[in-house]
Design a protein around this ligand. Structure first.
Ligand code: FE2
Ligand code: FE2
Length: 214
């Protein structure tokens, strides 16, 4: 995130959700890197989240959300993902900038705005393919595939981007790999044939940020 807006509790919950999906846990260093905040600031905020029982910590300093924390995170992801839909479908902003630019409006999105936006635009998913939780913080996670589940010489669609960093999003946009794009997995590690018939090598850290479906 490159914007200089103040980072809120909601942003911490979002970052921990994304890191959990991407690598299985979040460390203080990961969170500080994603949010662009000092380690001490992250430590102080995490302490508050532990006290509120939104976050749990294992003995190795790996953090994840509790059930209460997940619900709270989903309520915010609802606002975040609808904000992305508004910026994309309403304002035609660039796909790779949506996650970052949503920072400017997402915290103030109300249920009234959500229902107005969703009656105008399709609000099932965010522009990166992630489901939009309901007003109670419930969400059904799509059953899709990781790169390691894919078989060579088989065709797949991009399902969603689970780790929306500017680098990941810019790479996917430059190669027209938005949700629903069709690709064929080739034999070599990370190699694909694209819909336009060109071949592309996708680096491992970007592959881990994508989910696929048949
Ligand atoms: Fe996002
Ligand atoms: Fe998104």
């Amino acid at each position: 995130m490159s914007t200089n807006l103040s980072v809120t509790t909601e942003d911490y919950l979002k970052s921990i959700t994304e890191l959990k999906d991407y690598k299985g846990f979040a460390t203080l260093a990961d969170i500080s890197q994603i949010l662009g905040t000092a380690r001490q600031t992250v430590y102080d905020e995490i302490k508050i989240l532990l006290e509120k029982n939104f976050v749990k910590r294992d003995r190795r300093g790996k953090y994840s959300l509790t059930e209460d924390g997940e619900k709270e995170a989903n309520l915010f992801l609802r606002k975040h993902r609808v904000a992305e839909v508004i910026l994309w479908k309403g304002l035609n902003m660039k796909w790779s900038m949506l996650d970052d630019q949503a920072m400017g409006i997402e915290h103030g999105i109300t249920e009234e705005i959500i229902s107005a936006a969703c009656s105008k635009f399709n609000c099932d998913k965010c522009p990166h393919g992630n489901p939009i939780p309901d007003a109670y913080g419930r969400v059904s996670i799509p059953v899709d595939l990781k790169y390691d589940d894919l078989e060579p010489e088989q065709g797949y669609s991009v399902s969603r981007v689970i780790f929306e960093t500017p680098e990941v999003l810019q790479f996917l946009e430059a190669n027209s790999l938005l949700p629903d794009a069709r690709i064929l997995k080739l034999n070599q590690q990370g190699m694909f044939k694209l819909g336009n018939n060109g071949n592309l090598h996708i680096p491992g850290h970007i592959l881990n940020a994508i989910r696929f479906r048949k």
